[in-house]
Ligand binder design. Structure first.
Ligand code: F6R
Length: 617
């Protein structure tokens, strides 16, 4: 939530900052703003509610020079999404400009303190107070206090989560930033240094990046950076190389990022698999725990939100099947509030593409407080969740700019399958050759995903036919149920349509009352050979809803003649083993939602009210 960019170098800062914001607009699009400082100490700012296009209009015709700048794209928390609350915010003298991602929880006390001191606040945000507090420290300290010192002193008083980035018109050659529970990475160029909520902000200029740690303050200049903790002690960042190209962060001829990201799934899944199986053994990326810990696990919890939660539901099937360890799956936002039974022998698997979802992060912290072991599945280097976990498996989906999860979801599904096999390997519940055989089946999936993508024209046609429906239901059983939930979620978030996913057997216990003439119902069929009993039950469910007038859209394995006979519309998938089949059946769900959203005239990449990473609970 909220995207942040910072730059110091020899280029004009404005285009670097605005371009960085454009790349990160998926993080929030309630407003956008910039601050640029000229070498002779003039602080120029511009900000506008709405998308970056509005800021472009605001900037048109203005000459803003200067090689030091910051920029912000907002997902509103405190204060309505209007011009007044847009970032950057300034202190009363207009010396300091600050941008912020996160929430300052003791904002009310701090605001009251400033008001008592006669400070006039010009916005409703929790951010503006920081500008005034930092300015006060600078004023009181005189020449002895520099911006970084003032920022450290104010940050020690702040509670909550923040990435804060500042420019000071009196020191035009540097940008200062601080972070707690909110992402911040820096990019090192030749004679220029960048900051971003994500490396997407500066991928065009450098692939050398550094993760900024928890409660650290960084000052960047064109020659590099100085990193300290909140007390001024030298600190170390974690350098890493960005492994993807600018192309990955561009639309590449597609109308929407989401459409491109759907097509990138063979690579996203393939890369995730390739990097975790070496010399006949499954490997994790970071393992800060002894293998004996995994051997002694007697219970697994999987936590995540939205699509990541759906990947978690699939993890249950794989892990229980391959290891016989009981698995519970829980929405991360519910987990810590109901006192789950956790101990040293519990493994908590936290799934989060961004690695910064506040609900999931708090679930991780709760698990660790209870001495459980935490394994994170994440798509983003430098994010907080993998930093706090005992072990990490990175999905290698590359940056996902479309707000709705597509390639990161299928990469998460691949990842939970890898984790299932890793646990089976650690615990010896499967022989090495059995694991290798399961992995070989997994390695065939990118090609089957490619074949599935080649056939989506039918899905598009059906989508256009049902685009004006009032509601759509999604049904599945076994691994088809999480896919049904994912289909309904995609449709809600992109097409703003009422959509529900149900286990097909549950339908007759109430939801069947929703079925009326012509209601589109998407049904995920199991493979008739792999799961004959389930297949038979699903056919009965299709018959029940068809008899009540539903228009069935059946996703089935090719050659499934019975499904074809019962379906009003048929979407065929190549054959795949049951546990792996969601990697294919999720794809028509994504295409259906994207196409319906387009047909209804909505922005597929930036659905209303949403942001890509949700850093508030
Ligand atoms: C759905 C979607 C969201 C995310 C959820 C978790 O398309 O994108 O439901 O899956 O907000 O996000 P991460 O995985 O970043 O924790």
């Amino acid at each position: 939530m909220c995207g942040i960019v910072g730059y110091v170098g020899s280029r004009p800062a404005l285009p670097v900052v605005v371009e960085g914001l454009r790349r990160m607009e998926y993080r929030g699009y309630d407003s956008a703003g910039i601050a640029v400082v000229t070498p002779d100490g003039v602080l120029n700012t511009a900000k506008k509610a709405g998308r970056i296009g509005n800021l472009d209009v605001e900037l048109a015709g203005r000459e803003i020079t200067g090689n030091t700048g910051i920029g912000h794209t907002r997902w509103a928390t405190h204060g309505a999404p209007n011009d007044r609350n847009a970032h950057p915010h300034l202190d009363a003298a207009g010396r300091i400009a600050v941008i912020h991602n996160g929430i300052i929880e003791n904002f009310h006390e701090l605001r009251a303190e400033l008001e008592r001191d006669g400070v006039e606040l010009t916005s409703d945000t929790d951010t503006e107070i920081v500008a005034h507090l930092v300015a006060a420290v600078l004023r009181e300290g005189g020449d002895d206090v520099v911006l970084a010192e003032a920022v450290r002193s104010v940050c020690r008083r702040l509670e909550g989560s923040f990435t804060l980035v500042f420019v000071d018109r009196d020191h035009p050659d540097s940008v200062v930033a601080a972070r707690r529970n909110s992402p911040l990475v820096l990019g090192l160029g030749d004679g220029e240094t960048f900051l971003g909520s994500s490396d997407v902000a500066f991928i065009e200029f450098t692939k050398r990046a550094v993760e900024i740690g928890q409660d650290q303050v960084v000052e960047i200049t064109r020659d590099g950076y100085t990193l300290t903790d909140l007390h001024g002690n030298p600190a170390e960042g974690k350098p890493y190389a960005i492994t993807w190209d600018l192309e990955a962060a561009e639309k590449g001829g597609y109308e929407y990022f989401m459409l491109k990201e759907i097509q990138e799934q063979p690579t996203a899944v393939g890369e995730t698999l390739r990097s975790h199986f070496m010399d006949g053994r499954i490997t994790l990326d970071e393992q800060r725990l002894d293998i004996s810990v995994l051997r002694e696990i007697d219970k697994v919890f999987v936590v995540g939100c939205g699509s990541a939660y759906h990947a978690g539901l699939l993890a249950k099937h794989a892990i229980e099947h391959w290891t016989r360890i009981p698995v519970e799956v829980e929405m991360a936002s519910e987990f810590r509030y109901r006192d789950p039974v956790l101990d040293r022998q519990t493994l908590v698997i936290a799934i989060s593409q961004s690695g910064e979802t506040a609900d999931t992060l708090e679930a991780v912290r709760h698990a660790k407080d209870q001495r459980a072991t935490v394994l994170a599945i994440c798509n983003t280097n430098g994010a907080q969740i993998p930093r706090e976990a005992d072990a990490v498996l990175y999905t290698h989906a590359g940056p996902e700019i479309g707000v709705a999860a597509t390639k990161t979801f299928t990469a998460q599904v691949a990842a939970v399958l890898i984790v299932g096999l890793a646990l089976a390997q650690a615990r010896g519940t499967k022989y090495g050759d059995e694991i290798a055989a399961e992995f070989a089946a997994l390695e065939a999936m990118p090609d089957l995903i490619r074949q599935t993508l080649e056939r989506v024209e039918d899905v598009r046609r059906i989508a256009r036919e049902i685009a004006n429906a009032k509601a759509i239901l999604f049904l599945g059983r076994h691994v088809g149920y999480p896919v049904a939930l994912e289909g309904a979620l995609k449709l809600k978030e992109l097409a703003y349509m009422h959509a529900e996913g149900f286990p097909a057997g549950e339908l007759k216990h109430g939801p069947i009352a929703l079925v009326e003439q012509d209601l589109p119902v998407v049904v995920v069929m199991p493979d008739p050979t792999g799961r004959p009993l389930l297949h038979q039950k699903m056919l009965s469910n299709i018959a029940e809803i068809s008899a009540r007038g539903a228009r069935t859209i059946v996703i089935a394995t090719e050659g499934d003649e019975l499904a074809a006979k019962h379906a009003a519309h048929l979407i065929e998938l190549p054959f795949s083993p049951t546990l792996l089949s969601p990697l294919l059946s999720a794809i028509p769900m994504q295409v259906l939602a994207a196409e319906i959203a387009q047909a209804r005239g909505f922005d597929v990449d930036k659905p209303r009210n949403l942001a890509k990473s949700v850093t508030v609970e």
